[in-house]
Design a protein around this ligand. Structure first.
Ligand SMILES: [Zn+2]
Length: 189
């Protein structure tokens, strides 16, 4: 069946079955591919893998059915209406590298444009599944925030800019009053 991209679902590689605390940041497309084959999925279940050094690897074509989120919405499996993007690492305990963040940002910008989607369609796996995926350390809108400037930040930035402008105006006023004071003093003498 053909995959229709309505959502961008973000995953982490997480821990291992034996050890949920395991660091899996070294996981590559090949390692995930072998693991998913051992589960009987034929091939890597994600469309994209972002490795530790930020390298982007394609696991499946966008039009191919994924194997990364089998929950349903409107009676359709998420595997048939999303792209599965995985970031190598266990973000229950650590954070993605800057290189991974930069790659994800670029990929998300590209896919939003390509499929004409709103950033609200970027969601962590846990939005559907009873898991922590993409990791406890990352907030619900962490991935989404990579492609939008958050209102909180821009509000702070606006206020900061206004403060800088106010300071410049105030300094000019002080200079003007000082020169006025000087000329009054010279008149009195
Ligand atoms: Zn996941």
């Amino acid at each position: 069946m053909v995959n229709t991209v309505r959502y961008l679902i973000i995953h982490h590689t997480g821990g291992t079955e034996k050890n949920p605390l395991a660091d899996t940041s070294h996981h590559t497309l090949e390692i995930i591919h072998e693991y998913h084959r051992s589960l009987g999925w034929g091939k890597v279940g994600y469309h994209y893998v972002i490795e530790k050094d930020g390298k982007l690897r394609q696991g499946r074509l966008d039009t191919e059915q994924g194997s990364h989120c089998n929950q349903q919405e409107n009676g359709i499996s998420m595997n048939l209406q999303s792209l599965g993007i995985v970031i190598a690492g266990n973000f229950d305990f650590s954070f993605p590298t800057q290189a991974q963040e930069a790659t994800l940002k670029k990929l998300l910008q590209e896919k939003l444009k390509q499929y004409n989607l709103s950033p609200s369609k970027i969601l962590p796996h846990r939005h559907w599944a009873p898991k922590t995926c993409y990791g406890r350390k990352l907030s619900e809108d962490w991935a989404r925030n990579l492609v939008i400037s958050t209102p909180v930040q821009s509000e702070v930035q606006i206020q900061l800019n206004q403060c800088v402008v106010d300071k410049i105006i105030l300094e000019k006023k002080v200079l003007w009053y000082n020169s006025l004071l000087e000329s009054i003093k010279s008149l009195i003498r």
